[in-house]
Design a protein. Structure first.
Length: 567
């Protein structure tokens, strides 16, 4: 029993993490410019901020630690709302990120998308490409979503981004992930049909790479119709060529020949001026990226800028008509894609054959450390990692675990971090930020974050709830003592009375009314209701000691004890 009490009172705020050098190496993977590596870097950046925050906290550099924890939590929120401007938000000290069941569910969905995205393409040597959230953004945070350049017509921006991200994923041979990203924007109907036509052309490419020629035919037909109506001759040629490939795949060679012929005719009608337009400016080269990484210690705050340099639409699109040769050559083994908008351009992809599609459809197994166990998931191809699977295998057992050993979180890489994003946002970082505010003497802000953690839907009801209750209690005691030393006796008394009333009763405070804290609250109620009994109730001794200390402070105030009692 004593060991269990100790675990519940002093369980560390996890996770235990891998070496900083390993995390920095993962951040540096973004230099490849590949969508998958950029995604891995995004998760590693969150890890890096948590790691550095822990280091600063252990050194007593609480201000620096607070900055790192706030960065990490804001970056997780940005996964739901990619336009959320983190630096501007962090410059405002009075706005707190929201918590809700809706956000928890959206983060679980994002985790499953990212886990599928970052899985290996092949056996690896040892050495915002997901669906965004649809939770309601609080009014206090909306200004931070509007910072920077945005298209005046928001629908066009949505479709540009969806096409660019989808093509980047197709170039990385991630058609499932590409289909998720682009499919989420397929309902948008802009005034300029070329945006929608390009998106459906790219969706058709993804479907063909997945071996679904029938659905690809439907997407291609819509793209062809929209490009034709928009009088975009290049797009019309691209869609007609893709329709020929679809017809070939569905066993209709005569129709395929007809589409291929039409595509060549459409391409020949492209005005000479359009054909002569130059290619896009080249993207960020590897030399400058290497310079950006050439530091003994990469500051976590530099990771975002590094990643933004790595991925450039201009790196994989062109306006060179030679890139459209598969159309004029009636090549059924090459797909052409299109990215609309300001970076309007095109490019080609090699079409996967049946053997390649079969290999890509094979599943991977990903293992996640949960306490003393490893929980495994299968994903890839037609096998998707679902929110229900993650909740059933990890989050529900976590909530009801009785021992600290069952929730000892070890983060050994981006796969684990991805699965635990919801827990990091809802509990770990909220508590770490609360701890840091407490050590800075900002007790009201500390209490605000501790209360956010208590609202987390998957809070472990035994170990984490008790550790959180104790943290809140210590914060109240230190807050009250600080007020008393400044001759603010009434407010000091109000703080202490959150734990026990002046008459040794159970107060109507969040310590006892918060549903997630029912286990430590019940123990505290039992102790207070029997505080005059001997022997005292056999509860967690740390909860008992906290109550007795608080009761003593209140009684000393009531008898007008000198302030040095609190020294």
């Amino acid at each position: 029993m004593a060991l269990k009490h100790c675990e519940a009172s002093f369980a560390p705020v996890l996770p235990r993490m891998r070496a900083r050098e390993q995390i920095v190496a993962e951040v540096g993977a973004a230099t490849s410019g590949r969508a998958v590596d950029v995604a891995r870097s995004t998760i590693a950046e969150i890890e890096l901020h948590v790691k550095d925050g822990d280091g600063f906290y252990r050194q007593g550099k609480y201000g620096a630690a607070l900055d790192e924890f706030q960065w990490a939590r804001a970056l997780i929120y940005q996964l739901l709302h990619p336009e959320f401007h983190v630096p501007s938000y962090l410059g405002s000290k009075n706005v707190t990120l929201p918590v809700s069941k809706e956000i928890e569910t959206n983060l679980l969905t994002v985790s499953s998308d990212i886990a599928d995205l970052i899985r290996p393409q092949d056996v690896e040597m040892r050495p915002s490409f997901w669906r965004v959230g649809h939770d309601t953004v609080p009014e206090s945070l909306k200004p931070y979503l509007a910072i920077g350049f945005h298209e005046v017509v928001s629908d066009e921006e949505v479709l540009q981004l969806a096409s660019a991200q989808g093509v980047a994923l197709l170039k990385d041979n991630r058609p499932e992930a590409a289909l998720k990203v682009m499919g989420a924007a397929a309902h948008v109907t802009p005034d300029d049909l070329t945006f929608s036509a390009a998106l459906h052309l790219n969706i058709a490419c993804a479907l063909l790479q997945l071996g679904d020629a029938e659905k690809a035919t439907d997407a291609t037909s819509l793209s062809l119709k929209q490009f034709t109506n928009a009088k975009d001759m290049i797009g019309t040629a691209q869609a007609a060529h893709l329709a020929g490939i679809c017809a070939t795949r569905t066993g209709n060679p005569a129709q395929a020949k007809e589409f291929f012929t039409q595509a060549g005719e459409f391409l020949s009608r492209v005005p000479a001026q359009s054909a002569a337009e130059g290619a896009q400016a080249p993207g960020m080269g590897p030399e400058r990226l290497a310079v950006a990484l050439n530091a003994t210690i990469l500051p976590a705050v530099a990771a975002t800028a590094l990643r933004e340099m790595a991925l450039n639409v201009g790196d994989f699109v062109s306006r060179d008509m030679n890139a459209l040769q598969p159309i004029s050559q009636q090549d059924a083994q090459s797909l052409t894609f299109r990215v609309p908008g300001r970076a309007d351009g095109w490019g080609t992809l090699p079409s996967l054959n049946e053997s390649q599609i079969h290999q890509q459809s094979k599943t991977w197994q990903v293992g996640v450390s949960v306490g003393e166990k490893i929980v495994s998931f299968e994903l890839g191809g037609a096998t998707q990692l679902t929110v229900d699977d993650v909740v059933r295998k990890i989050y529900e057992p976590w909530r009801t675990a009785q021992r600290f050993a069952d929730i000892d979180m070890v983060i050994g890489g981006v796969a684990t971090t991805t699965i635990y994003l919801t827990h990091l946002y809802g509990y770990v970082l909220a508590v770490k930020i609360g701890d840091t505010y407490h050590d800075l003497g900002l007790y009201a802000k500390a209490e605000e974050y501790f209360l956010q953690a208590s609202a987390y839907g998957f809070l472990n009801t035994e170990v984490e709830a008790t550790a959180l209750w104790m943290r809140m209690g210590f914060n109240v005691i230190d807050w009250g003592t600080s007020l008393y030393k400044n001759d603010n006796v009434e407010n000091a008394k109000a703080q202490y009375s959150k734990i026990i009333t002046e008459t040794a009763g159970v107060p109507d405070s969040f310590f006892y009314t918060t549903a997630s804290l029912v286990i430590p609250a019940s123990a505290a109620k039992t102790f207070i209701q029997n505080i005059l009994a001997r022997p005292l109730p056999d509860i967690n001794p740390d909860i008992a000691r906290l109550i007795l200390d608080t009761h003593g402070f209140l009684q000393q105030i009531l008898v007008s004890c000198p302030r040095n009692y609190f020294a």
